[in-house]
Each structure stands twice: as C-alpha cells, then as structure tokens.
Ligand binder design. Structure first.
Ligand SMILES: [Zn+2]
Length: 92
C-alpha cells in the first residue's frame, strides 16, 4: 500500500527504496534498513504509518533501556571527561 502518490514536499516522483535509518534514545543508537518511498527530486523520505509507529516504539524502548528485539552490533564508546589530554572531549 502506498501512503503517497507524489512527494508532499515538492510533488516529485516517489521510488520504493531501502534506506538506512538511525534512531537514538537513552544514549543508544539503533541502525536499521527500512522500506521507504524516496522522492527522486528532493530526496524526502516517506515512511508508512506502521513504520513510523515502530520508530516510536524503538525510541521508547531505548529510553527505557529495554532491548528486546534489538541486537548488539559492536559497542560504541566515548571518552571519559577526565581523559588526560584535554584536547579530547566526550561527545555527550
Ligand atoms: Zn520531493
């Protein structure tokens, strides 16, 4: 089911694509591939309503540090604020 026929931003043609999406919450990041409609003209990404709902679910899981259905893909770190070289600072 196509939620849109034309791009609601510029009226351009839409193409079904798999796009990379990053969601952040509670200091964690989840990356995934998502089916989206992408505007060939302006690059706007459109997601189906149930997909947007899933994004919200994932964000809320991250905020609650609840990781069912989520798979660890390595680990990302930042440095501690007390790292000896002050030229290097944590990202958050
Ligand atoms: Zn567009």
């Amino acid at each position: 089911m196509k939620p849109f026929e034309k791009c609601p931003v510029c009226g351009g043609e839409l193409e079904d694509k798999q796009v990379e999406k990053l969601l952040r919450g509670g200091g964690n990041t989840v990356s995934m591939k998502v089916a989206a409609e992408v505007c060939l003209h302006c690059g706007e990404r459109l997601y189906a309503e149930d997909v947007v709902k899933s994004f919200e679910e994932i964000r809320s899981k991250l905020r609650k540090q609840e990781f069912s259905y989520l798979k660890t893909l390595g680990r990302s770190f930042t440095v501690e604020a007390n790292w000896p070289n002050k030229a290097i600072q944590p990202t958050t």
